[in-house]
Design a protein around this ligand. Sequence first.
Ligand SMILES: [Zn+2]
Length: 273
Amino acid sequence: MTRCAPAPGRVPRRALLLTCWRALLRSLRGPIVELLRDLRALLWPTACVHCGAPDRDCCAHCLARIRAPAPLLRAELGVPVFARAPYDGALRALLLACKHGGRASAASELGRALRAPLRAALATAGEPRPLIVAAPSSAVQLRQRGFRPVELFVAHAQRGAARRGEPCGEPLRALRAAWGRRGQIGLAPRARAANARLLRVRPGARHRLRGREVVLVDDVLTTGATLRAARDAVESAGARVVAAAVLCLVETRAEPALGSRAAEGWKPPSRVE
Ligand SMILES: [Zn+2]
C-alpha cells in the first residue's frame, strides 16, 4: 500500500503536532525552572551573591544587569583580548562565588557571558575551528573546587554558540600548572608575572598544537601575566595565538605586567561597538 504524499503547501499533521509540542515545552520551561528554584530555596536557603536578595543565587535584577547588552571591551597584549565587561558589579560577584564560594551552578551563566567575547576572538582566526585553550587550574585549586572554572565556562559558551549556529572552536586542554603555581589573587605585579610563568604544555597536547591557530581564554584580565605566559607556552609548541577572550577586564590597570614580553603591544582597553 502506498502512502499519499501531503498536498503541496499543507503541513503534515505529525510535523504540526511536533512543532506545537516543542512550543509548549519552550513556554513551560521558564515557569518549571523557577518552580524548581523555589523548591531548592526552601530546602537550602540562599541569597543573591551580589545584592543579598533571598531565595536565588543571583536574583532576577542582578541577572538582568549581567545580561544587559553592552559593547565588548578590547585590550591589546600583542593580540586582541576581548572582554565581556569590567571586573565589577554582579558579574564579578557571580564569578567570585563560582570560583571561591562553591557555587558551581553559576558556571552556566558565566559561560553565557563568555559567549560574546569568545565569538569575537574566534572571528579573528583564519581557521574555521581554531583551538580554544583555557588557562589551567592548579592541582590544589582543582582539589578544592572539584572543577576547572575556565574550562567549564568555555564548555557552556560553546554549547550556547552551537545551539545558535554560531562559529565554535575546538577546546583543547593544552596547559597545566607547574608545581608551585598558586592563584594570582593578592600577588604584587612582579610576583604575578613569576607565578604566571609556571605554565607548561601538557605532553599529550604538544603534537596537536603544532601549526594550529589558538584562542586563549581566562576569566579575568588583570596585568596580562597569565595570558602572556600561556601564549609563550603554546607558541613554544608551534601554535600561533590569534586572540584571547576573558569574562572581565580590570580597567584601572595602569601599566603592563613586568616580564620578558611585558610591554609588547600593550595598549589601554577600549570598547568594541
Ligand atoms: Zn541580586
